[in-house]
Ligand binder design. Structure first.
Ligand code: DGL
Length: 285
């Protein structure tokens, strides 16, 4: 039998954060795969994009958001942003006591385990590519692999403009992906939160022989396993009207809400504005 404390912990929310709207693709997977959990999402819409920023800046921003989430008594944190996972996760893991996971390791693991010809492609932001984190994790699992990375910075604004199925997106995708096609990869990691939203376009250009890995899906699966291991999985569904899903952003709440409602089929009633900067240097739970 669990004591009351453990029950309280199980019913505490999970914090999920990203540089903006992209992490909603991860949020969506968590909602699907572990529907009993309460979730608090923070999108740093005032400071997006993280993709071209330095490791120091991304780490500072991420730390502030983690503090905000801890102030909201989360039991675990998911770094839904690939760039923040690449640059900040290692530091954050050392600074906090609750479980925290990113999106990079789960995606890298599946790619390493499923490639047949040992040729893996990774697409992501400049920061994620520069950090070299995907190749490092992939080679930790399987040494004899070729990993070709390609930064695709224009995909983020295209997705945010809603050009999910559009000739412009097609054209840019063809240019970005040409090198990966030439290398004859059999696995491609969608190493940025926005890319699963143009999965069809990417899949069409790469061809059906290429397996597309969506780290969002793998992360939700690993999160569930982690919560089970730590005896933190919530077995009871939260009551209706319990604010099961809460959304916070650092700017543009209305725009966020509209985008969120277009990708998560759950009426997002509101997003509250929070200034992440106010959480500099607080909280050490
Ligand atoms: N969320 C970011 C990522 O997954 C993409 C957007 C940005 O550059 O902030 O890397």
């Amino acid at each position: 039998m669990l004591d009351f404390d453990q029950n309280d912990k199980k019913e505490a929310p999970i914090g999920v954060f990203d540089s903006g709207v992209g992490g909603l693709t991860v949020m969506r997977e968590i909602m699907r795969q572990i529907p009993n959990e309460k979730l608090i999402y923070f999108g740093d819409t005032a400071r997006v994009p993280y993709g071209g920023k330095s490791k120091e800046t991304v780490t500072r921003y991420s730390r502030q958001i983690v503090h905000f989430l801890q102030e909201n008594h989360v039991k675990a944190i998911v770094v839904a942003c690939n760039t923040a996972s690449a640059y900040a996760l290692e530091t954050l893991e050392k600074e906090i006591q609750i479980p925290i996971i990113g999106v990079v390791k789960p995606g890298a693991k599946v790619a390493a385990e499923t490639t047949k010809n040992g040729k893996i492609g990774v697409i992501g932001t400049e920061g994620t590519v520069l950090s070299n984190i995907y190749p490092t994790y992939i080679r930790d699992i399987k040494q004899q692999v070729q990993v070709l990375q390609k930064a695709c910075p224009l995909f983020v604004p295209l997705v945010e403009e809603g050009l999910l199925e559009d000739p412009v997106t097609d054209e840019i995708a063809k240019r970005y992906l040409a090198e990966l096609i030439d290398l004859d990869i059999d696995t491609l990691i969608l190493g940025c939160t926005h890319y699963p939203l143009i999965r069809d376009t990417i899949g069409r250009i790469m061809g059906s022989q290429v397996n597309l890995v969506n780290p969002a899906y793998e992360t939700a699966r690993e999160l569930k396993e982690l919560l089970e291991r730590e005896a933190l999985l919530n077995s009871r569904h939260p009551e209706l009207g319990s604010n099961q899903y809460q959304f916070f952003v650092s700017d543009g709440a209305e725009k966020f809400k509209n985008f969120a409602n277009s990708i998560i089929k759950y009426g997002i009633l509101s997003a509250k504005i929070v200034s992440a900067e106010d959480y500099e240097g607080t909280s050490k739970r």
